[in-house]
Design a protein around this ligand. Structure first.
Ligand SMILES: [Zn+2]
Length: 144
């Protein structure tokens, strides 16, 4: 059962977080190593907050190591290249993190903030109700 669950999640319509981040970072000072694309793991509902984050830090020469949704919050790791106003990048990431707590990871709707690491913590009420139909649990387990 686990295998079919997994293969369904890996279907072709699955949101390509790495491709999305790669496109956002094109023509910016942000670099991403080919090997880091595996570390881009988040659901479609957070597209706009990731877009806003990248746009606000695109002038800084940094290398993004990962953007993921572990712990039910947006996590971003980066290295600074050359001299960077690193504090500005941290501020932008913190802002995006706070937004990720109130943004449904599935549909992007505003939801109640929760630190609940249990099932469905990522999703708004509507998506929680439909979670069994869309085959997602609303936790980081959806990634595996
Ligand atoms: Zn939702």
């Amino acid at each position: 059962m686990w295998d079919s669950f997994k293969s369904e999640l890996e279907g072709e319509d699955r949101f390509d977080a790495a491709g999305y981040v790669k496109a956002l970072c094109a023509n910016s000072k942000i670099q991403i190593r080919e090997t880091s694309f595996l570390n881009m793991r988040f659901l479609e509902g957070w597209k706009s907050l990731v877009e806003e984050l990248i746009k606000s830090i695109r002038v800084y020469p940094i290398e993004i190591e990962s953007i993921d949704d572990r712990l039910n919050i947006l996590n971003v790791h980066f290295f600074t290249l050359k001299t960077t106003r690193e504090v500005n990048v941290w501020r932008a990431i913190h802002k995006a993190q706070m937004r990720s707590l109130t943004t449904c990871a599935n549909c992007g709707a505003t939801k109640q903030p929760t630190r609940n690491a249990q099932q469905n913590a990522f999703f708004c009420e509507d998506c929680k109700e439909n979670a069994h139909k869309i085959n997602k649990t609303g936790t980081w387990l959806d990634r595996y």
